[in-house]
Ligand binder design. Structure first.
Ligand code: COI
Length: 356
């Protein structure tokens, strides 16, 4: 653990809080934020919690030009006893450092970062909502702040954490989402940055999403960047398919994000002795299973998305209507168990939750 203490400047003008049952995703922000600076001379220094406010950056700051930035997403949950807890924050900070490494950003002390998140959530604890399906989304991110136009790793950074009380990520709430398989654009290739949580992956996904959203699809399902054959992920979530009882998720290959919820789903399924396989799976295989009546369920997993059943998958002019467009049995069991553990109403045999 780092020896730094975090200074706190309290916000003297707290904002009114939105009603818990009116929350959407990522629209409201709390009264405080955490900031931590990096320079080559001092390393990571000056950790502080300050009133939520705009940040001032030089227009030449490298983040604006070359996108040297990484982020994470995790949540704080209010239990029915009124306690607040985090879900596997160690996994997020471990992944943040993997993303840092890929983007040439100096590593942070993971334990210190978890403590900073806990401290910030504690300061803004009144913002953790309590209505069903709501939580406090935590967005840690790092930006390159050196004013310089050469294409090099920056020598200055800021690590910032902001908090947002949220409801369901998709407009459909917890009802099944409609997803379109992307045949033109690609998200990532092996050796690229697909496995890192970095802004560019999301910026480059917008075009495809904009096109399909006009046809009523919430997101696109990305195929591999080379052959456009193997299923990868949705961008805001990893994907799972149940075919003849076997639950399959694409294996991590360098271009798929290593989701914390994905990993938790795999561990839960194994704990329940349900067959779960990480392997390559093509759209052809999925379509054939569908035509044979063997595609029993499809769902996505993510911090923001939790477990989102996929009710329809459009692939070219084919439409795969899965579980009659309803929530499948495994998706429901996973949703109930995961959220139960997160909100403290179901026993946590894995030690995944951490009290704030
Ligand atoms: C998350 O689930 O936390 C994500 O980062 C997905 C997001 C881009 C909303």
């Amino acid at each position: 653990m780092s020896e730094y203490t975090i200074t706190v400047v309290k916000n003297e003008n707290p904002k009114p809080k939105p009603a818990s049952d009116q929350l959407k995703f990522g629209k409201y922000f709390t009264d405080h934020m955490f900031i931590y600076d990096y320079s080559e001379a001092k390393g990571w220094h000056n950790p502080r919690i300050v009133p939520y406010q705009p940040i001032v950056l030089d227009p030449a700051a490298m983040i604006f030009h070359y996108g040297q930035t990484v982020f994470e997403g995790l949540k704080a949950y209010r239990t029915k006893e009124g306690h607040i807890q985090l879900f596997r924050p160690d996994k997020n900070m471990e992944r943040l450092n993997l993303s840092n490494d890929r983007l040439c950003i100096p590593a942070i002390d993971e334990e210190f970062a978890i403590n900073a998140v806990k401290h910030l959530v504690h300061v803004d604890s009144e913002w953790v909502p309590d209505a069903e399906g709501t939580s406090l989304y935590i967005r840690p991110f790092i930006i390159a702040t050196e004013p310089y136009l050469g294409v090099n790793p920056s020598s200055m950074y800021q690590f910032i954490v902001i908090l947002s009380p949220v409801g369901a990520y998709y407009e459909s709430g917890i009802n099944p989402v409609k997803i379109a398989v992307e045949n033109e654009y690609v998200r990532a290739v092996k050796g690229g940055t697909g496995e890192a949580k970095t802004a560019g992956n999301y910026a480059s996904s917008l075009k495809a999403q904009e096109i399909v959203s006009k046809e009523g699809y919430a997101q696109v399902l990305w195929l591999d960047g080379l052959e456009k054959k193997y299923i990868e992920e949705v961008g805001s979530m990893n994907v799972f398919f149940k075919i003849k009882g076997e639950i399959i998720t694409p294996e991590l290959n360098g271009s798929i994000l290593n989701g914390v919820t994905r990993n938790s789903v795999i561990e839960l399924l194994r704990h329940w002795d349900l067959p779960v396989t990480e392997r390559r799976i093509t759209m052809e295989e999925l379509d054939e299973a569908y035509r044979n009546g063997e595609l029993e369920e499809a769902f996505g997993s993510g911090t923001a998305a939790v477990i989102s059943p996929i009710g329809e998958l459009a692939w070219g002019d084919k439409k795969l209507i899965i579980t009659e467009g309803q929530t499948g049995e495994v998706s429901k069991r996973l949703y109930d168990t995961l959220t139960g553990i997160q909100f403290g109403s179901v026993e946590d045999p894995f030690g995944w939750t951490v009290k704030v």
